[in-house]
Design a binder for this molecule. Sequence first.
Ligand code: S3P
Length: 430
Amino acid sequence: MGNIQLKRVTAPLQGEVYIPGDKSISHRAIMFASLAEGKTEITNFLDGEDCLHTIDIFKKFGVQIEQTGTNVIVQSKGVHNFEEPKVPLYFGNSGTTARLLLGLFSGIPYFTTMHGDQYLTVRPMDRVVNPLTKMGAKIEGRQNGKYLPIAVRGKQLQGMTYEAPVKSAQVKSAILLAGLFAQGNTTVIELAKTRDHTENMLRAFGANIKTEGLSVTIEPVDTLTPVNVTVPGDISSAAFLMVAGAIVPNSSITLKNVGLNETRTGIIDVMQKMNAKMTITNQREISGEWLGDITVSYSTLKSMTIDGSYMARLIDEIPIIALLATQAEGTTVIKDAEELRVKETDRIKAVVDVLSTLGANIEETEDGMIIHGKTALRGGNISSYYDHRIAMMGAIAALIANSEVWIDDTDSINISYPAFFEHLNLLCKQ
Ligand code: S3P
């Protein structure tokens, strides 16, 4: 039974909020700043739990990292002067940290052991362990390296060309990081273009990376060169508020400094196609990434089919899009989304459970879900599955429910958006 009551609203949402730093970019900024020799300043860093684990891990290699809220100063002697960690490294809930660092650790000359929380410990690591092993990596882990805990004896790897069988930026990034200090070039060929923050930022830190269509090639480097990073707001966090603005009657809200990298903006395309009223202003480029301000207003929504052609650009937004679809006229089909089964939790099952508890007309399919709208949502007791994006989706659904919604836990939200309720309250105040 849930013991936390979620807020309902009777008035429109209004006002503006500054969206906190992007989780993917914050992780990478800490990683590359730690590898580089010298000082890097990171601004608008996401001080969410996942990214704090990335900081703690690099401190164990002797890197000096000073974090004051969203400002971080990294002072490193460079990867060639790392200290070997004397203790097992803890990854918490962070799949991105675990998978990217499996790639990095495989190719640098240190022994590391990795473990995580009960959720990360059942997420598949073989999608990176198998290709890394082909590059010569020495990795031992539970069930042949499929799951954490895992130990890595880092060594010089051989570059390779890898056709990734899953659409995953984590897999692509892990292989590229393994290629960073390998012998010869490393190429990853993707099935669809996934988020390219690793490529953009490594380039800024001085690596030679070429992208041609779906193929990315990295040349080995000796060292990386520090460059200050300003992190754009996380569109995957903004997405929850964007949908709130679109479904709470008569709302109009502005979300400032949202990252608009085109590998991440599938949510904007989908919302516009579903007839959501949105405008994007103040578009500009900072630290090699586009950002802007998004204004979303309430409107009558219509259904659509979201298939594999969208998936890589909105994979983290499916839970909140499913909620949006409950408020759209017609049948929304979400397919080719089987990756959701191996996220922080099985998000297909979790979304269908939460939304059907709240009265939505939603069916689970093997690779997605089918939602018949528009349905008035009711109150109920929901589970967050200790998944930050399920908890935030539940909190936005509760806004428009016609009676009380209770949830078991909201702490998981600190993983990616610690200021979530504060921001929601700002928009709900009027
Ligand atoms: C991420 C890639 C995506 C995404 C995750 C962050 C990244 O995962 O779901 O939240 O920072 O590279 P996959 O690569 O598993 O799709």
